[in-house]
Ligand binder design. Sequence first.
Ligand code: 5AD
Ligand code: SF4
Length: 437
Amino acid sequence: MKTFYIETFGCQMNVHDSEKVIGTLLERGYSQTAEPADAELILYNTCSIRDKAEQKVFSRLQQFKKESGKGKVFGVLGCVAQQEGERIFDRAPHVSLVCGSASYNKLPELLVQIESGGRRVTGLSLDTEDTFETALTRRDNPHRAYITIIEGCDKSCAYCVVPFTRGPERSRTAESIFKEARELAQMGYTEIQLLGQNVNSYRDPSPDGMDFATLLRRVGEIDGLKRVRFTTSHPRDFVKEIIDAIDGNPVLCNHVHLPVQSGSDRVLSAMQRLYTHADYMRRIEWMKRSPRRIALSTDIIVGFPGETEQDFQQTMALVHEVGYDSMFSFKYSPRPNTAALGLEGTLDENEKGRRLAILQETQRSIQIRRNAELIGSREEVMVEGYNPGTAQWIGRTSQNRTLNFTDAAGRQFGPGQYLDVLVTRSGPNSLAGEAVN
Ligand code: 5AD
Ligand code: SF4
């Protein structure tokens, strides 16, 4: 029996890629282990978005180095694999397989080489045509499924490594997306998340060239689906029709993740984001005017080269102005190959840390306020599980908030079930409530 262990770092795209890799391995007769110690093949699906993420995989590889003599085979997949390529063999000589996400369709071939004792096997091409073999995907969650609609990224944000690790944009045909979504609905999945580095630039490669808003609308009409989400959006390609689609169909979740990165036009321009503060706010206005209460989340980078105190204050002003429901915020981290490496005005780590702390503290108080506004409202949740520690069920709302709840009638709920919950309390990161009969 051939055994493998896989650990995944990074974004939902990576999580979903791992589901495809797992399917491919199971198909080849491997079985998955929960512990690396029990596996013959140890895989890390890696992220290189910030230096910290990249370092994680090398420290993992170091940890298990002593095991390599005992016949274990190590493989590095994903973004660090693509970024570092064969250099990984120098940094961690016990690694045998290095494969980037654009080459996962070559994985069966690479595994054959590994199984016959191959050392230093690589899949690093970025120009593969057919990366969308989905039939083997082994989904982890029986209720919520990811579907990749577009791979890669054609933007060139000055800080970002993704165009180098995931290659140019490749949209999948709308027909194959609908087919997969319909099959998932028939299998009992009720929630679908459409994935891409920039879903808004989706364009069906077949002659009718369907755009993202139309695709979204059509996926929302598939029988059996109760929730459809999408991530990530780029403000430049985010059109009003997306909000119109959400307004028109409650299946499309009332949550939009729209990374802004900075509130300063000077910094946005240096980042090559292709929009201004005003362009961004126009999109926020569309959402605020929606009859549905659309939750808003974002990503922000502090300490980009040349960011002055005044630029940072403009980011803070934008954060107050928008009042995000949630936020991911980061200190700028220099990445290989990116344009920002050539910029002057590097900030020291302490100053980046100071700005990040101020931003996060402000966002925390905004979230306390935003969540408190929901007290007294009735929200539909999808049950995710039960927390014996707090004796509460865990639910998720359409707005993507965690809503923990109890039930006076003492009913039992299963993951994937939908019910209404009355919100009675709130905190910075979640809501609490009582199931409605
Ligand atoms: N440094 C810090 N944060 C980054 N991100 C992307 N690249 C970098 C970098 N070099 C952040 C952006 C992006 C999110 C996924 O990660 O905010 O939206
Ligand atoms: Fe990390 Fe970006 Fe790669 Fe996702 S696409 S794994 S966030 S580097």
